[in-house]
Design a binder for this molecule. Structure first.
Ligand SMILES: [Zn+2]
Length: 117
């Protein structure tokens, strides 16, 4: 008659209340349509009262949770939108190709305008 206790989670034995999860958050720039991902570590914690909290870390530093308004690394505008987590795994065509970077043979043209005189 104690079967109802089978639902009790015993996996937490010996485990601290803090868990870390790696998350890739995909972004897309509305200015230049650049798509990129940023790696975050999400630290889940629970205090003595059972309140759950999330701390977002980027490169080991505490950062605010990502949101729309991230700065595009390509054009620098702040019009980036955040995809739902896991979005790119369903849309792999959006991921920029990863691989050896082929040197661009095209010479860079200076954006500086020539003096008019
Ligand atoms: Zn951009």
């Amino acid at each position: 008659m104690r079967d109802d206790e089978q639902g009790v989670d015993t996996r937490n034995q010996g485990v601290t209340s803090m868990e870390e999860e790696l998350r890739n958050v995909p972004f897309e720039c509305r200015g230049c349509w650049h798509v990129w991902q940023e790696d975050y570590v999400v630290r889940h914690s629970e205090d003595d009262h059972g309140n759950q909290g999330e701390v977002w870390l980027s490169a080991g530093l505490r950062v605010p949770p990502p949101s729309s308004g991230a700065i595009c690394p390509q054009c620098g505008c702040q019009q980036a939108t955040m995809f739902p987590y896991g979005y790119l795994t369903r849309h792999p065509e959006l991921i920029p190709p990863v691989g050896p970077i082929v040197p661009d043979a095209t010479p860079l043209l200076s954006p500086v305008p020539k003096p008019l005189y």
